[in-house]
Design a protein around this ligand. Structure first.
Ligand code: WQD
Length: 401
């Protein structure tokens, strides 16, 4: 009966059962938004939806408030027929007046879309570039065309600090202006100003190029049709999990990101943590990153939507760094996890990993001033929340394979 409620409005979350997507769905529910989750389960599990229902119910029951609506469609955002079918279920019926006056314009009950639906493995993108360009780039083009036909034009895009490419090596905090899609002058680390046509230099992998291309496509779309509001959120390094311990980073396949690998060592799945490079020009020679709690990151999406809905950001395309602005090294992360877990992480020192940069830290000022958002949780909190999850789902230390 809810679908017939012609006034209820929704936010569509593509990839809403993934790591960042599920945490964002939880924060959307807590903020009172009704949500439509579209996920093809290529890198997530349907059980996450059940846990979201549990978390949502617990949250609203304790407040004696009704839980917002949440619908799940297990579907691929590239399936055009399926997308049209789903979005068609959220179109307001035409009034007789509109029909009589020939004003039968589509009016959607979808207020906005948050798009997480992309493959995200740097190493896999190097092995299978066409898979990444087809899904991340071609898929986006078709999906935005469908949104356009339903007059859905508020779009929050999951981008990445990887678009900064080798600029990140400068060691300076990265500002959005370092990477835009007009002819751009930027000064690299030695102060030499170069002018590059069409954006960033030194993108180090196909995955990063898909994110850069998607930003360029969305920028062009917003230039062509000023009705579009597109906020491209450039994530730095998401880590941690919801304090409940019921949501976490749970990719299919073997993770390559630092924190999930550290946890594999902590739980005995891997014998040691390989440290890729100790000769970077950083505080301790290991690479430095801007680690951001996934709940802070999720709340950045709520802040972006709110800013779009209440007009605090103009229509058009705009990028925002979602990071803490603080850098921590690989060894800092190891120490923080060891403290939170009262365990020792055995290390194996190796050479640098292909495609890595030495330092990548945000300057998050624009998000703070324009979205009224900044991180609140520390790296220590990230590690504590992850260890809380491990305790909840205590996994016996598995035999080292
Ligand atoms: C961080 C540091 C590694 C694993 C990538 C993507 C980025 C985003 C986040 C999607 C590096 C070192 C890692 C290990 C290690 N993904 N490391 N041993 O490479 O900064 O960013 O993931 O949006 O787009 O590029 O994150 O966690 O893989 O690595 O020493 O077993 O940890 O060399 O210096 P990265 P990461």
């Amino acid at each position: 009966e809810d679908l017939q409620d012609s006034d209820r409005e929704y936010i569509v979350v593509v990839g809403g059962l993934g790591y960042i997507g599920s945490h964002t769905c939880l924060e959307l529910l807590k903020s009172g938004y009704n949500i439509v989750v579209i996920d093809n389960l290529s890198n997530s599990f349907r059980s996450v939806y059940t846990r979201l229902q549990t978390l949502g119910k617990n949250y609203f029951d304790t407040r004696c408030e009704p839980m917002p609506q949440m619908h799940l469609y297990v579907s691929d955002y590239r399936d055009e027929a399926a997308m049209k079918q789903i979005l068609g279920e959220y179109v307001r019926p035409h009034t007789s007046h509109q029909l009589l006056e020939g004003e039968a314009r589509i009016e959607s009950r979808i207020r906005g879309v948050i798009h997480f639906g992309a493959y995200k493995s740097v190493s896999e993108s190097i092995q299978q570039p066409l898979k990444y360009y087809a899904n991340n780039v071609a898929g986006l083009v078709e999906f935005c065309s469908i949104l356009n036909s339903f007059q859905i034009k508020t779009f929050v895009f999951s981008s990445s600090a990887t678009v900064y490419g080798s600029i990140a090596n400068s060691g300076m905090p990265l500002r959005e202006e370092h990477c835009t899609h007009q002819e751009e002058a930027f000064s690299d680390h030695d102060g030499v100003t170069k002018t590059v046509l069409g954006g960033c230099t030194g993108l180090t992998n196909p995955y990063g190029r898909t994110k850069w291309m998607c930003e360029a496509i969305l920028s062009d779309l917003a230039l062509a049709d000023p009705e579009w509001t597109v906020l491209a959120l450039r994530y730095f390094n998401p880590v941690g999990c919801d304090a409940s311990g019921l949501l976490r980073e749970d990719p299919r396949g073997v993770p390559t990101n630092l924190m999930p690998v550290v946890l594999r060592v902590l739980t005995g799945v891997s014998p040691v943590l390989d440290v890729f490079g100790t000769d970077y020009p950083t505080v301790d020679g290991t690479a430095v990153r801007d680690f951001i709690h996934v709940t802070d990151l999720a709340r950045g999406h709520i802040a972006a939507l709110a800013a779009a809905f209440d007009g605090r950001v103009p229509k058009g395309f705009r990028t925002y760094n979602l990071g803490s602005g603080k850098g921590h090294s690989v060894l800092d992360v190891v120490s923080a996890v060891e403290s939170a877990s009262s365990s020792k992480i055995p290390l194996r020192i190796l050479g640098r990993r292909e495609g890595d940069v030495g330092s990548c830290v945000a300057m998050p000022k624009r998000a703070e001033t324009e979205l009224d958002w900044k991180t609140e949780k520390s790296l220590e909190t990230c590690c504590r929340d992850v260890c809380n999850f491990l305790d909840k789902f205590k996994r016996p230390a598995m035999p080292v394979v």
